[in-house]
Design a protein around this ligand. Structure first.
Ligand SMILES: NC(=O)c1ccc[n+]([C@@H]2O[C@H](COP(=O)([O-])OP(=O)(O)OC[C@H]3O[C@@H](n4cnc5c(N)ncnc54)[C@H](O)[C@@H]3O)[C@@H](O)[C@H]2O)c1
Length: 355
């Protein structure tokens, strides 16, 4: 079974590759195709780069020639499509690259897979699957639950209502995948997952940023009142969900992935500070830096969604997926990983990884 993983040098893609090799060993082959933008880092894959059943190809998913060649030269059974521009703040500053990579790139990849997998009778070679990895941000924003009222959630049937250029570009890419399913009967699935956290996340995102800044005694910027709610999932539970949808999901279906872990941003920050205090030894000079006094409220993000919350009922019911990692355990593992991999953080923050 040969997997083409796009964006495998990024945060979730690299965790997915580790997960798959740990689970399937030599039973599978993985081709990781990544452009290596600022977010792609081959150091994320150091522990598996020597495997015979792993190969890295540097290419852009909008490069039709390069992608066609990958399909021509390899018998690809599964595409797991992570490659994307993924940072909301960057999308507000420069939306065009988000449209290019996330929309055009997805369309290019779909088209190359369709060509490679088509049969003469208008169908597709048996057993092929394309999994498009998407986000809960496509659904827009939920209200904060009020006293006495039932909270609302994102279901697979919730209408799309994206607000940032990032979520609008992901919503567009989801719709292109849906169009391939509906028009051609293309064998694809879409997964919409909540916020991920864990090892190898680029330190511009909330959790690694707070860990790095707190250790350095730098301010911890919090948008608005800090009460925006995100639904957090440990990245390996996301990887497990993707693998299970590929195994057991119904072709053409969308599955929401989330573990009912809603937290305000300010709660996340305070939990990280507490965990750092617990994990750092008393003689570590950085321990004195770690304090809630570093929290600095800054002007709210433009178009900032208030609350995201996934209802994972369908993936649980149809696929049997359950998350394994409670938030308290996952956040501890994550903080510990960053403390033990300060060389990785240094390499990223200094820009050396791009050499
Ligand atoms: N991080 C989250 O919390 C989260 C949650 C749900 C869904 N997602 C989705 O999961 C996917 C992966 O997210 P992530 O957080 O790992 O992102 P990331 O930014 O860490 O990684 C993206 C990877 O894609 C590569 N890439 C970017 N443009 C490319 C192009 N044109 N061609 C080939 N490769 C390219 C980058 O080099 C990088 O390795 C994205 O599609 C994202 O929308 C992320």
């Amino acid at each position: 079974m040969t997997y083409l993983v796009t964006g495998g040098a990024g945060f979730i893609g690299s965790n997915f590759i580790y997960y798959m090799f740990e689970k399937y060993g030599d039973e599978i082959r993985i081709i990781n195709l990544d452009k290596l933008t600022y977010a792609g880092n081959l150091a994320n894959l150091k522990e598996i780069e020597g495997r015979e059943n792993y190969r890295f190809i540097r290419a852009d998913i909008t490069d039709r020639e390069a992608i066609s060649a990958v399909f021509r030269e390899n018998e690809i059974d599964r595409v797991v499509h992570f490659a994307a521009e993924s940072h909301v703040d960057r999308s507000i500053v420069d939306p065009e690259i988000f449209v290019r990579t996330n929309v055009l790139g997805t369309a290019t990849l779909l088209n190359c897979a369709k060509e490679a997998w088509s049969t003469e009778d208008g169908g597709f070679v048996e057993g092929k699957r394309f999994l498009h990895v998407s986000t809960d941000e496509v659904f827009g924003s939920l209200p904060e639950p009020r006293e006495g009222e039932e909270p609302t959630y994102f279901y697979e049937t919730t209408p799309y209502d994206p607000h940032s250029p990032y979520s609008a570009s992901k919503a567009s890419s989801d719709l292109i995948v849906k169009a391939y399913i509906d028009t051609y009967g293309f064998p694809a699935n879409i997964t919409n997952c909540s916020n991920n956290y864990g090892a190898y996340q680029f330190p511009e995102k909330l959790i690694p940023l707070v860990i790095a800044n707190a250790l350095a005694g730098k301010s911890l910027p919090v948008y608005g009142d800090g009460k925006n709610i995100r639904d957090w999932l440990y990245v390996r539970d996301h990887a497990k969900g993707i693998d299970m949808v590929l195994q057991k999901g119904r072709i053409g279906e969308t599955y929401n992935i989330g573990g009912h872990n809603e937290r305000t941003n300010i709660t996340i920050i305070k939990t990280i500070l507490k965990t750092l205090q617990e994990l750092l030894p008393d003689d570590d000079p950085r321990k004195a830096n770690v304090s809630e006094d570093l929290i600095t409220f800054v002007k709210d993000r433009l178009g900032h969604d208030r609350r995201y919350a996934i209802a994972p009922d369908k993936i649980k019911r149809e696929v049997g997926w359950e998350p394994d990692t409670p938030f308290e355990e996952g956040i501890r593992l994550t903080v510990k990983w960053y403390l033990e991999h300060q060389d990785w953080v240094e390499n990223v923050t200094s820009g050396d990884y791009q050499q």
